[in-house]
Design a protein around this ligand. Structure first.
Ligand code: ZN
Length: 200
């Protein structure tokens, strides 16, 4: 297949195609859009990327990404320092923040335990979490991990390590999604929802 554009444009397309959710076809469309909107979009995007390269860092306390360290969440005085919500990834932190679901602080593990993919405890920030759980004024560790085998294996592993810490270890409820119809739920979700029923 012959190239339709010079190597610079091909390179732009190839880089865009590496973004999640963008295949080669949508990468071409995105590249063309950027080129057409050079002043309005491509230039500001390039400078935003440059600023991100220079300023974004990983929070030493919680693993969140921000332009300050400790991050905005860790330094926010309105947040409850007695609750630490444990998540696998920064994307999960953002999801919980979008949902306004927690007033506590966070701890990003950097993944979940997965023997098949060769991810062991040493690859995650579990030691740092255990250390934080022993610090005042931490009272509760919320395990907000995926309801997958790896997520739940990780939750059990962490719970065992927190036996000596003077904290309450909780996890997210598994059950009927908001707006969900019982008839469409899988058996695992339905039986978990029945087991974890609450007083009306
Ligand atoms: Zn932080």
């Amino acid at each position: 297949m012959s190239a339709v554009a010079g190597p610079e444009i091909e390179r732009l397309i190839q880089l865009l195609a590496r973004l999640p959710g963008l295949g080669p076809r949508s990468a071409r469309r995105a590249a063309l859009h950027l080129i057409k909107k050079r002043e309005a979009l491509m230039t500001p995007l390039a400078s935003a990327l440059q600023v991100a390269i220079e300023k974004i860092q990983v929070c030493k306390t919680c693993g969140n990404i921000d332009t300050q360290n400790p991050c905005t969440v860790c330094t926010d005085p309105r947040r409850d320092p007695s609750i630490i919500v444990v998540i696998a990834d920064v994307a999960d932190l953002w999801a919980l923040e979008r949902a306004n679901a927690s007033s506590g602080r966070y701890h990003v593990l950097g993944g979940t335990l997965s023997p098949l993919d060769g991810v062991g405890p040493g690859d995650l920030t579990i030691d740092a979490l255990v250390a934080r759980a022993h610090e005042e004024p931490v009272k509760e560790i919320v395990l907000a991990l995926n309801a997958t085998v790896d997520g739940q294996t990780t939750a059990h592993y962490i719970t065992d390590l927190l036996q000596d810490a003077n904290v309450r270890v909780t996890r997210l409820a598994h059950g009927v999604p908001v707006g969900g119809e019982l008839d469409y739920l899988d058996e695992g979700t339905l039986s978990a929802a029945m087991r974890q029923r609450t007083l009306f």
